[in-house]
Write a protein of this length. Structure first.
Length: 297
C-alpha cells in the first residue's frame, strides 16, 4: 500500500466511524437492529449534495442532512412502538421508502459536486492554508473526536442512562417510570442522524452523491462494531464508542490490504464478499479468545 492508499483508508475509516457509532447506538445501546441505515446514509449524501448544488452553505447542508436522518429514525421508531411492527420490518420499510425519497431529493440517480465548495474548502480557507489530500483527514478527525466526547457525556446523563436502561430491559425501565417509546425514538433519531452525517461527509469527500451508495452500510457498521469490540477491551461506555471508530478504521485498512494483496484474484466488485468474510471472522474472535483462556487456565 502506498501513502495515498493509506490516507484514503484512514479517511474512509473515520467517515464510517460515524456509521459505526450510529449502529452501536441502535444495536448495542437500544438492542434495536435498525436496517434503515442503508437508506439514511445515502439520504444524508443526497440532501447535502442537493443543497450544496442549490447554493446553500455546506455547513447548513450538512446539518440539514443530519435533521432528515433524525426524522427517518423517528419514522422507524414510530412504526415499531406505535404500529407494533417488528423492529427488522420497520427498518426495512423505511429503508425501501428512502430509496424513492432520495431520488426525489436529487431529481436524478446521482449528483456530482465537482467545483462546488464543501466544508473542507471552508475549513482550510478559515485557516488560510491550502487544501491538500493528505490534510483532509484533520477536520474529519476533529469532528469525530467531538462526537465521541459529546456522546460519552450524553450517555452518562439521566436521559442517557434512561436510554441505556430501555435497551437493557424495556419492561424494567417502564416500571421505573421511563417512557420507553420516547427513549427508542430518541435513540433511533440520534443513530440515524450520525449515519446521515457520515453520508453527508462522504459525499463531500468523494465529490458525488449516488442513490445506491448506501447498499451494505449496515454490514459495514456492524463489522466496525464487532471488530472494535474484538480488539479493544470494553470496560466503560467511552471505550465502546472509541472501539467503534477504531473498528471502522481497521475494517477499511483490512479491506484495502486484501484488495491490494489479492491482485488479480480480488477486484473492487468483491468488496461485499470480503466484508462478509471479515465480519464472520470478527464474530468468531470472542469465542476463540474464551477457548484460549480456558486452555491456559
Amino acid at each position: 500500500m502506498n501513502t495515498i492508499q493509506i490516507i484514503g483508508a484512514l479517511e474512509l475509516g473515520l467517515i464510517y466511524g460515524f456509521v459505526a457509532i450510529g449502529v452501536y447506538l441502535s444495536l448495542r445501546i437500544l438492542d434495536f437492529p435498525d436496517l434503515s441505515v442503508d437508506g439514511t446514509f445515502p439520504l444524508g449524501a443526497a440532501t447535502c449534495a442537493a443543497l450544496i448544488v442549490a447554493g446553500i452553505h455546506p455547513l447548513l447542508a450538512t446539518i440539514a442532512a443530519m435533521l432528515l436522518g433524525a426524522i427517518a429514525g423517528l419514522v422507524t421508531a414510530w412504526l415499531s412502538t406505535h404500529l407494533r411492527f417488528l423492529n427488522l420490518l420497520s427498518g426495512i420499510l423505511v429503508m425501501t421508502a428512502l430509496y424513492s425519497i432520495n431520488l426525489r431529493i436529487m431529481q436524478r440517480p446521482n449528483i456530482p459536486l465537482l467545483g462546488e465548495e464543501t466544508i473542507f474548502e471552508i475549513f482550510f480557507q478559515s485557516l488560510k492554508a491550502p487544501l491538500g489530500f493528505f490534510w483532509r483527514v484533520l477536520p474529519i478527525l476533529a469532528l469525530i473526536i467531538l462526537l465521541v466526547i459529546a456522546l460519552n457525556r450524553f450517555l452518562k446523563t439521566n436521559i442517557g442512562l434512561a436510554l441505556r436502561a430501555t435497551g437493557n430491559n424495556a419492561r424494567m425501565a417502564r416500571a421505573q417510570g421511563i417512557n420507553d417509546k420516547a427513549m427508542i425514538s430518541l435513540g433511533l433519531s440520534l443513530s440515524n442522524s450520525f449515519v446521515a452525517l457520515g453520508g453527508a461527509i462522504f459525499a463531500q469527500v468523494s465529490g458525488y452523491a449516488d442513490v445506491s451508495m448506501g447498499v451494505g452500510t449496515i454490514v459495514v457498521g456492524l463489522a466496525a462494531v464487532i471488530i472494535g469490540e474484538a480488539i479493544i477491551p470494553i470496560r466503560k461506555i467511552s471505550h465502546a464508542i472509541i472501539a467503534c471508530v477504531i473498528g471502522a478504521i481497521v475494517y477499511r485498512f483490512v479491506i484495502a490490504t486484501a484488495l491490494n494483496i489479492g491482485g488479480s484474484l480480488l477486484q473492487a466488485s468483491d468488496l461485499n464478499l470480503v466484508t462478509s468474510i471479515l465480519v464472520g471472522i470478527a464474530m468468531l474472535l470472542p469465542d476463540l479468545k474464551k477457548q484460549l483462556r480456558t486452555k491456559n487456565d
